[in-house]
Design a protein around this ligand. Sequence first.
Ligand code: TK8
Length: 337
Amino acid sequence: MKTFRRTLLAALSVAAFAASFQAAAQDFKPRIIRFGYGLNEVSNQGRATKLFAQEVEKASGGKMKVRAIGAAALGTDLQMQQALIGGAQEMMVGSTATLVGITKEMAIWDTPFLFNNAKEADVVLDGPVGQKVMDKLQEKGLVGLVYWENGFRNLTNSKRPVAKLEDMSGIKLRVMQNNVFLDSFKTLGANAVPLPFSELFTALETNTVDGQENPYNTILSSKFYEVQKYLTVTNHVYSPWIVLVSKKYWDGLSKAEQKVLLDAAKKSRDFERQDTRDEAAKALADLKGKGMQVNELPAAEAGRMREKLGAVNASIAANVGEDLWKEVQGAVAAARK
Ligand code: TK8
């Protein structure tokens, strides 16, 4: 009886395996997914993209292949977004900040000092309001899958250490192509210039701009330490990255294929956040080792900056709508408890 049951079980599981394999074969078409990103292959963005590609290939039995293309070789964030909307490219990862021209609600994440730490960011971004903002992209032809961590942004420049608000004055500072960043740094007295990330290294090298702001990880992986002397720890805003799919492409996928992409995106998100945090924890020491002069912004000066940026908050709230503003403030307060 025992052996019979065992044989039966074995037969059943073979049948189940065959059935799932058959389902898999039907559900997955051979597909090549062009996945663009702006940083180097040897960056947190590059490493997580690689993991995403491996996961997609594995989960689809090798049917779905992700062709990862970094260093903005497929274009800047703005160009790739348009390629996704038009259906000429399948996927990308980039800053939420560069999406504001398409979906104004994304500007909520550009609120200076919105999050105090990464845990708060995770809770809010992965929660209902994070999803709500992400879903706004759909009517514009983009599907957001998950938020990755770009991270807390810090200021670098080649002119002088920034130790007080007035030191910002006249620094020609590259900002992302986004009005909140433009307004924020103008408000602080810098001469803010919007430029795509792909032009940033050269702009710093040729002194077209004096400075920029990005998380430690990016300052390291993009070798900005070669062309920037001073780093000021400001942590002025937490930047998310967002993994996007062309809606035209997404709508043509089977449910199983969509699930493969979403599951892999979530795995890559968890990996990416940990990797980014591990790297960031050591990055400041690395950057000092590379010759950067680092200073913390004194608390009183950070307070003055915060106060000045209050004006920017009001315009963000007006642009994204008071309801969304309040909802996010509420979610942050809840995450803080
Ligand atoms: C990469 C950019 C980058 C962002 C910037 O494409 O532009 O400064 O921080 O990560 O999206």
